[in-house]
Design a protein around this ligand. Structure first.
Ligand code: FEO
Length: 409
């Protein structure tokens, strides 16, 4: 795809990765993009680069607009490999350009590249770079997504180049939100925002709230948000800001995700009456078999729902491995504002459900106790118990959800 002008003199010069399905372990069924931006003014600046193997595409896009040797300034908003590892390709063409990076960014970047060859200027929040008619203002955003991260704001155009934040893993010929919802849909775009947030930014809700408050306090007017992945928000930047505020504040659907795995279908057998009990109590429910679902998809479904029931058979007195893997992954994402319980079948000693509750408590989640266990295979009587457990859990979730009513208004 060729360079695309996103606003007066600001060009997308990135690359579309149509084929990626495994993004450092995160399933990306829609692919992704590596967005970066060329700003043509009296002096020319490039904000971010792209993943190394897409560097030649970036160079081609830049060459369609300017001679790369004319680039004077290169901003590295984020040093993670998908955005910064084409720096050597661009610096080979404009070796006297200055790199702008945070202090933590510089320390990290030195582990990837020999920076002594290049001019590097460390910047912090509030520092500016005047290109002529346009001024870039830097805004540090540590841990959104890495300690080094920052955003770049272009005052005259009211454009916020936000690196990972507000992005989505979507490969599309559409560059803008209004284009995407015309050829796809807003619900698909929203789903991709939630998927990205849940799998990457879930641990940083409080930081997100603080950063959005800081942006508001600084009085930065935002007409466009240009992230480093996916669709650029030119029509509805306020929508994605509000989505982030809502998610960071604990907003979720009044629904329950049953996430389970099974050995000989007994735990699976329990999931169905549980689902029916939940449904009959008036709460939406989704049933997710873990081995049939990518980890990132299960994380997203967990995040979308106020409540979750984890179904795990006992294997050798502990949790089934896929469930243990899921809960370990979830713990790393530091989930909040969700209520959780567990169920499962066992053969002799049991242990999986107890171990699952140990994980829930380590995560600090609200728990629904006790869990529900069935010996070997659910009887008709056990099915009734599952149905009633589902109903009771749904009632508890409804009550817990009221705590968040102001976010859900
Ligand atoms: Fe898209 Fe944190 O890198």
């Amino acid at each position: 795809m060729k360079a695309v002008e996103i606003k007066n003199g600001i060009y997308w010069v990135g690359a579309i990765d149509w084929a990626v399905r495994d993004f450092h372990g995160y399933e990306t069924p829609r692919g992704t993009t590596y967005n970066n931006y060329l700003i043509i003014d009296d002096e020319i600046a490039l904000v971010d680069t792209v993943k190394h193997e897409f560097g030649d595409i970036m160079i081609k896009n830049i060459k369609s607009m300017v001679d790369p040797s004319k680039i004077r300034h290169i901003v590295i908003n984020h040093i993670e490999n998908d955005h910064s590892t084409s720096i050597d390709k661009i610096m080979a063409l404009t070796p006297s350009a200055t790199i702008y990076i945070t202090e933590k960014g510089k320390k990290g970047y030195e582990r990837f590249f020999d920076l002594s060859r290049w001019n590097v200027r460390v910047v912090k929040t509030g520092d500016t770079l005047c290109l002529g008619k346009k001024t870039l203002t830097f805004l540090e955003t540590p841990m959104l997504h890495w300690p080094d991260s920052m955003m770049t704001y272009i005052k005259e155009d009211k454009v916020l180049i936000s690196q990972d934040a507000f992005g989505q893993h979507i490969a599309s010929a559409a560059r803008f939100d209004d284009e995407f919802i015309t050829c796809q849909s807003m619900s698909e775009l929203e789903d991709a925002v939630v998927d990205y947030y849940a799998n990457i930014l879930m641990p940083f809700g409080q930081l997100i709230k603080n950063k959005i408050a800081e942006i508001t306090k600084l009085g930065l007017e935002i007409e466009m948000i240009a992230p480093d992945h996916g669709i650029i928000w030119r029509n509805a930047p306020q929508k994605v800001l509000q989505m982030y505020l809502d998610m960071a504040g604990g907003r979720s659907d009044l629904s329950i995700a049953i996430i389970y795995d099974t050995m000989w279908h007994s735990t699976e057998h329990m999931a169905l009456p549980l689902m029916q009990g939940i449904k009959d109590a008036g709460v939406e429910c989704k049933v997710i078999k873990l081995r049939a679902t990518p980890m990132s998809g299960a994380i997203k479904e967990f995040w979308k729902s106020r409540g979750c029931l984890i179904g795990t058979p006992t294997l050798n007195n502990i949790m089934f491995p896929s469930i243990a893997n899921f809960l370990t992954h979830l713990r790393g994402l530091r989930p909040k504002n969700r209520i959780i319980g567990a169920f499962g079948s066992y053969g002799w000693g049991g242990g999986a459900v107890k171990e699952a509750y140990g994980e829930f408590k380590r995560m600090g989640l609200e728990v629904f106790e006790p869990g529900l266990q069935v010996l070997y295979r659910p009887s008709l009587d056990d099915e009734t118990k599952c149905y009633e457990y589902g109903q009771a859990f749904a009632e508890k979730v409804k009550e817990y959800h009221k705590k968040f009513e102001y976010q859900n208004a």
